[in-house]
Design a protein around this ligand. Structure first.
Ligand SMILES: Cc1ncc(COP(=O)(O)O)c(C=O)c1O
Length: 447
């Protein structure tokens, strides 16, 4: 006899049955089920750069830093590493120095909260901003699914802002803010990824970054800037300043991750929240301190051992992750260029297949003249041996999207070639079975 059930899914928080929370599991399941398929789906960093000896060395390096630079006695340093610790973290000064060195961002280390990955940082910020049922979050679409999932768990509705080839459609952002307000809602912030976004690959120009900051000030809106890929431009061009580097009015809450630049397994990220918060008694504090209160009830503190590994890596490179990631940047750039050239060879113009040409990062988006859904991904895995991500996963409304995301971070150029050959075979067969509409797909307009 079947075991009786104890709980009904419908009695749990509705988010657990939401597509946003099922997305990562589904994609992982497909990858596990067809382990031999070439994966142009995984957005993980390349494992070739993992060095077995480095974490031990970094841990020791950070321990020496505690004693030699910060003047802790050996037993204090031991406690810093092994005990429960400061809620806002123990590598905050190194994070602040890294931001100054690599980004020209100068922040008070007290405004930094070190988190369990960037994912926790998102959760803390959204938790703090969601004060009541009128609060909504705006997010540039397509949107990273981790953000949408966190918002779901917090009962915070996410309203899309058009992204488009410019990375963010500023007129649409203003419209969305005003529309929400006209409906009696309170748009608390707009989530944006100005550098090589996941999943679109799009970047925001310098002029638009300035306009975005002006708009945020005019509309009294916070911007949540997420920047996990900014250190990986594909060409020789310089990097653009982050929104936070241009932010003179404290409109930007900045999210950082060490997953792509040091080690994903350390699970360390951070948030810079230097916004000044007026308390009931007239005292003024930092938003970071309010986030720390929330953190103390979510993860207590980020593992100091994990922080020490990141701290040691920062110290080893004089706090420059640009310097630490020279080989990574070259490899990811090479792969992205290889992908774009490979697409051009396999789908010569005029073609019904289009794609964008990101200036860096891990991802590019391919548009096709047929809907791309999970069933097609399964077929692609089973019959063609190639994995990719349906772009529908990054939109909130579940509507079909004629586009898929390709990732180049965890593959070699040979695997990219093999994956593209297989993708081209799938596309050719789909065009034969679905019939080919005459209109050319605009390569930049994902949607
Ligand atoms: C845009 C974006 N934000 C945040 C994260 C999560 O970062 P972390 O691994 O530090 O939690 C990812 C991971 O892929 C990402 O793509």
């Amino acid at each position: 006899m079947d075991e009786p059930v104890d709980l009904d899914l419908a009695s749990l928080h509705p988010a657990v049955d939401d597509p946003a929370l099922n997305s990562m599991n589904f994609l992982n399941e497909v990858a596990q089920h067809w382990p031999d398929a070439v994966s142009l789906a995984a957005g993980r960093p390349c494992e070739e750069f993992f060095d077995d000896d480095a974490p031990r060395r970094w841990l020791d390096r950070f321990r020496r830093h505690l004693v030699e630079d910060l003047g802790q006695r050996p037993e204090q340093a031991r406690r810093t590493l092994f005990q429960y610790g400061r809620t806002k973290g123990v590598v905050h000064q190194l994070v602040a120095r890294n931001l100054a060195v690599d980004e020209g961002v100068h922040v008070d280390p007290e405004a930094v909260v070190v988190t369990v990955g960037c994912q926790e940082a998102m959760f803390l910020v959204l938790r703090a901003l969601r004060a009541g049922p009128r609060d909504v979050l705006l997010a540039v679409a397509p949107t990273y699914v981790g953000l949408t999932g966190a918002a779901r768990l917090l009962d915070l509705p996410v309203r899309p802002v058009a992204g488009g080839p410019a990375g963010v459609d500023l007129a649409n952002l203003r419209d969305q803010v005003r529309k929400a307000r006209a409906e009696g809602l309170r748009p608390r912030a707009c989530y944006v990824m100005p550098d090589f976004a996941n999943p679109s690959g799009a970047s925001v120009s310098l002029a638009d970054r300035r306009r975005l900051l002006d708009l945020a000030a005019e509309e009294e809106l916070l911007l949540i800037e997420d920047n996990p890929y900014g250190l990986f431009p594909a060409g020789e061009q310089g990097r653009l300043p982050t929104l936070k580097a241009l932010d003179t009015r404290r409109r930007v809450v900045y999210l950082g991750s060490f997953a792509k630049t040091v080690l994903p397994g350390a699970r360390v990220g951070y948030v810079v929240a230097d916004q000044r918060v007026a308390g009931r008694d007239g005292a003024v504090g930092l938003l970071a301190d309010e986030l720390a209160k929330i953190k103390s009830m979510v993860t207590v503190n980020t593992s100091p051992l994990a922080q020490a590994i990141i701290g040691g890596a920062l110290l080893e490179h004089d706090c420059s992750l640009v310097t630490a990631n020279v080989r990574q940047r070259a490899a990811y750039g090479r792969n992205l260029r290889h992908l774009l050239a490979g697409l051009a060879r396999r789908f010569p113009a005029p073609s019904q297949v289009g794609w964008n040409a990101p200036a860096g990062g891990f991802f590019a988006v391919v548009t096709v003249p047929f809907p791309v859904d999970d069933a097609l991904l399964r077929r692609s895995a089973e019959r063609y041996g190639v994995l990719w991500t349906p772009m529908a996963h990054f939109y909130d409304d579940g509507a079909p999207v004629n586009a898929l995301r390709l990732s180049v971070s965890a593959v070699t150029p040979d695997q990219i070639d093999l994956g593209l050959d297989r993708l081209a075979a799938l596309v050719a067969d789909e065009l034969t079975t679905t019939g080919s509409p005459s209109a050319l797909v605009n390569s930049d307009a994902v949607r």
